[in-house]
Design a protein. Structure first.
Length: 318
């Protein structure tokens, strides 16, 4: 199998070889560009809301690096014979939510595709000395999660027609929430490392972050915030296919210190859309971080700690 080239040219601070959330290119001593792209199939039925959620999800990769997104390009896959009003609603949703974040959508590209997909290619800025990496967590840090888990399970319940109007709005609003404030405050408080929790679920992204940092993460499962109704829908079998794939990927790197609820365990590796940040902060800064986010209506929770690497990358306990 042919391998992808991983050539690092001058100016590239973060590239393919780092497996980071976004790429970073240095312009001068005080300015670097953050670049990322993300798009996916509809997660909700309403096309306008789908566009907004896709925008929030795309912007997150800049926020997690400590950057400020400034411009974006639309990426749309849409059937040639599809309803143009649906496409317009998706694009308008993305543009409106990007505008809310202070990001200018300056163009884009579409292709004929029988399966609808949408997202953004985003460019942001960051100071070269203030980049928040995903491979620099330090022993003694506290792990803070800035959004509750369960979007994959609730989205599956939605596809099966099991959510009422209030539950659909609850799920949609959760995915629309930007990681802007969480990002700004982690930079101000000197976070050592961060990643955003998306398709690999909490455990998958935590494993990659801990492994890259050459440490282990101890996660207190009962402390992890879950979206309302998630455990009930998990019990009903509303689990996306990606959930099993995520567990297959990470299970050999997980040690369960004490027995935990098997339903809760499934949520811990549930694939997320527009998830929160997993932030590794000095122990002295974590309480202030949680407090600042709470003051902005964000329910962030300390869910674990960084410990010396001891053969198993992730340690789960109650």
């Amino acid at each position: 199998m042919q391998k992808v080239h991983k050539v690092k040219l001058p100016g590239v601070l973060v590239g393919l070889e780092e497996a980071a959330d976004a790429g970073i290119f240095q312009i001068n001593d005080e300015l670097a560009l953050v670049q990322t792209v993300d798009f996916f199939t509809p997660i909700v039925d309403d096309p306008y809301d789908f566009g907004r959620i896709a925008a929030a999800n795309s912007l997150s990769d800049v926020y997690v690096m400590g950057g400020r997104p400034i411009t974006a390009l639309n990426i749309a896959c849409f059937p040639a014979k599809g309803d143009p009003e649906v496409l317009a609603a998706i694009l308008n949703g993305g543009i409106d939510h990007a505008t809310t974040a202070g990001v200018a959508v300056v163009g884009g590209h579409s292709v004929d595709d029988p399966e609808i997909k949408y997202g953004l290619s985003v460019t942001g800025t960051v100071h070269p000395q203030k980049i928040v990496h995903d491979h620099t967590a330090q022993v003694g840090d506290v792990l803070v999660l800035t959004k509750a888990l369960g979007t994959g399970i609730l989205s599956t319940a939605l596809k099966r027609g099991l959510l009422d109007a209030a539950q659909i709005k609850y799920l949609t609003d959760h995915m629309l929430a930007l990681n802007k404030i969480a990002s700004e405050n982690m930079v101000k408080l000197g976070a050592h490392a961060a990643t955003d929790v998306t398709g690999f679920g909490l455990l998958g992204h935590a494993y990659e972050m801990a492994s890259a940092s050459h440490v282990s993460f101890k996660i207190f499962s009962e402390a992890v915030p879950l979206l309302e109704g998630v455990l009930d829908f998990t019990a009903k079998g509303c689990v996306p296919g990606g959930n099993r794939n995520n567990w297959d990927y990470v299970q050999q790197h997980v040690s369960v210190e004490k027995e935990i609820d098997p339903l809760r365990l499934k949520v811990l590796h549930d694939p997320q859309t527009s998830g929160g940040l997993l932030v590794s902060l000095p122990k002295s800064s974590a309480p202030e971080y949680v407090k600042r986010l709470a003051g902005n209506g964000i329910h962030a929770v300390a869910i674990g700690e960084v410990i010396p690497n001891d053969h198993t990358t992730l340690v789960l306990t109650k």
